[in-house]
Design a protein around this ligand. Structure first.
Ligand SMILES: [Fe+2]
Length: 389
């Protein structure tokens, strides 16, 4: 881990020590907070009953009765401890199942949030094949450049794309639980709602991974049949010391990328003729809006607590943590999630600047025209009034 948060406050201004960080101010710049309007479905998502649609039936999501008596989570007495258990679980299918059991138990038994001061490293992401524990369902994690091209992967294109998505969903389970566990000592600052939202996200992600795994199996494959990239966990690790950076880097950049990629992936699967997989992907992409929305909500909230402008703070953090924004952007999905365009799209602010300049130039040219005509009239008048020689 890059840095521990156990001895410092991840919301404190000293965590914004990048060269371009603004000095603290209680007033937000008008470009940022005024343009933020939360996703309209946020409250309904928060209040929704436990989602038991763990399998993908003939016509879509279908509920599955889950055995709630898993002894492996019985020893935990708080949400943070439950999250730590999920992070410590290496087998992906078990992790996914435990994630749902942990969230269900926390809701059912109304357990406290609790606090884990030293979060466990997740037991996934085996870049060292010697660590392979024989479960045969773990994907070896490699750098993004080492991911095989579809034709060299040994998987048909639909299974290849689905495997990539399964990997993203599996990582997303850990990313959400890591956010819950790592920042649990700061619940008085962040508020319990923060942890409830990210545990809910973890539950959604486990359902998504379950659908992907099920469909991979229907296609004759399984998660782990090809290597996967280590990008997401790397981004998670580098934002471990700062809750605002975690929110900026994971939900607002990485998960928002999922919103951009979703429709393209659906179209490719339709083109490939795999409508069942395309329906699963479309449903997952739709449900990801909530996760970006949660990220935006809490990012704005953390900025408010620190007296920072969300728009410029987001940009400063991406600079400080060396995170690149890549289009093309799915503006409608990002708008729906409440992610303001001027936070991520430099062309939107350039366009605005250009239009402001154009407007200003047009106004100036009107003034010049008016001045020119006044001067010309005055000049004519003065020649009329000039006494003859
Ligand atoms: Fe997901």
């Amino acid at each position: 881990m890059k840095c521990s948060v156990s001895n410092s406050n991840p919301c404190s201004p000293q965590h914004f020590n990048g060269p371009s960080a603004p000095s603290p101010s209680l007033n937000f710049k008008p470009c940022s907070s005024l343009q933020y309007s939360p996703w309209s479905g946020l409250q309904a998502w928060r209040e929704s009953p436990l989602n038991k649609n763990r399998i993908w039936g003939p016509n879509g999501p279908q509920s599955l009765v889950v055995d709630n008596c898993d002894s492996s989570i019985g020893s935990a007495s708080s949400l943070a401890e439950l999250g730590a258990l999920v992070l410590s679980t290496s087998d992906p299918l078990t992790k996914s199942k435990l994630s749902h059991l942990a969230y269900s138990r926390w809701r059912r038994e109304n357990l406290p949030l609790g606090s884990v001061s030293d979060p466990p490293s997740r037991l996934l992401g085996l870049s060292n094949p010697n660590c392979f524990d024989g479960l045969h369902s773990l994907a070896v994690e490699v750098s993004p450049k080492e991911i095989p091209a579809p034709k060299n992967s040994g998987l048909p294109l639909n299974a290849y794309m689905l495997h990539n998505l399964a990997h993203v969903e599996l990582n997303a389970i850990d990313l959400a639980w890591d956010t819950v566990v790592r920042f649990s000592p700061f619940s008085e600052i962040l508020g319990e709602g923060f942890f409830a939202d990210f545990a809910h996200v973890a539950d959604d992600e486990s359902r998504h991974f379950g659908w992907c795994s099920q469909r991979l199996s229907e296609l004759g494959f399984k998660y782990g049949d090809m290597p996967a990239h280590n990008l997401l966990w790397r981004e998670c690790e580098k934002s471990s010391d700062n809750v605002a950076a975690r929110l900026a880097v994971i939900p607002l950049v990485q998960e928002a990328r999922g919103l951009d990629a979703g429709p393209r992936l659906v179209q490719k699967l339709v083109g490939f003729g795999d409508l069942r997989t395309s329906n699963i992907v479309a449903r997952i992409a739709d449900e990801e809006v909530a996760h970006v929305a949660v990220g935006v909500f809490w990012f704005v909230s953390v900025c408010q607590k620190m007296g920072r402008a969300p728009c410029s703070t987001f940009k400063d953090l991406l600079n400080e943590y060396n995170v690149e924004l890549k289009g093309p952007f799915n503006y409608s999905a990002r708008d729906k999630a409440g992610l303001p365009r001027d936070w991520y799209d430099t062309s939107s602010s350039k366009m605005q600047d250009k239009s402001d300049k154009q407007d200003k130039n047009e106004k100036l040219s009107l003034v010049y025209d008016r001045l020119a005509s006044i001067i010309s009239m005055e000049s004519e008048n003065s020649s009329l009034n000039r006494p003859p020689r």
